[in-house]
Ligand binder design. Structure first.
Ligand code: ZN
Ligand code: ZN
Length: 206
């Protein structure tokens, strides 16, 4: 597993999102379809399952929250707008229907909002892919969920998304001096700022 500035990067397995470890905080948990993969990666990183104090979900989609149940003693933090979707009974907005599954663990302990702190990261509200999508920013590394991907990609808008919000979020992120972009899917990359600029350009022609 690659480490970028002490962040352990765990590549998504199958349909899982990428997951990231910031100390004892786990950012996203994949689908949870494979019960062994993510817990094993966490253990390879030197942590026991019960060492994970908190899960931070970048947004409420199944491929990012489905594995929350694998860490039953961890608190769950998610933006307040996506917390409502996660907690409501089988909302189509959690995208579980795409996977033919429902989310097993739906409780939320911490409702996040823009400007909150997660370890040394700032929570940036980046709606557009979902109403309560967040990115995490420490001045160098951006964990971007499904808002922006490497090589100019951006998140789909058809499951709770909003085009104007996505435009604004890409604009907001393009102002940051991002060195490392750690997205929810696909490769993580250096020169993050250039990749985000490209996404902004691609979106304006979308
Ligand atoms: Zn998503
Ligand atoms: Zn995703």
């Amino acid at each position: 597993m690659e480490k970028i500035n002490d962040i352990v990067c765990i590549e998504g397995f199958g349909a899982d999102s990428n997951c990231y470890l910031i100390g004892n905080i786990l950012v996203d948990t994949g689908t949870g379809n494979n019960k062994e993969y993510l817990p094993q990666k966490v253990q390879e990183a030197g942590l026991a399952i019960n060492d994970i104090d908190m899960i931070v979900n970048t947004h409420c989609h199944f491929d990012h929250v489905g594995g929350n149940y694998l860490f039953p003693n961890s608190k769950v933090a998610i933006h307040e707008k996506d917390a409502k979707i996660l907690q409501s009974d089988d909302s189509p907005l959690n995208a579980g229907f795409l996977f033919g599954k429902s989310v097993k663990r739906r409780d939320v302990n911490v409702n996040l909002k823009d400007g909150d702190k997660i370890a040394n990261f700032e929570v940036i509200h980046t709606p557009g892919h979902t109403p309560g999508g967040i990115s995490l920013w420490d001045g160098e590394v951006l964990i971007s969920g499904d808002t922006v991907f490497a090589n100019g990609g951006f998140g789909r808008l058809d499951i709770g998304g909003n085009s104007q919000e996505m435009k604004n979020s890409l604009e907001k992120l393009s102002k940051l001096d991002v060195q490392y972009l750690l997205p929810g899917h696909g490769p993580w990359t250096k020169n993050g700022k250039r990749h985000i600029e490209l996404a902004k350009q691609m979106f304006s022609g979308y």
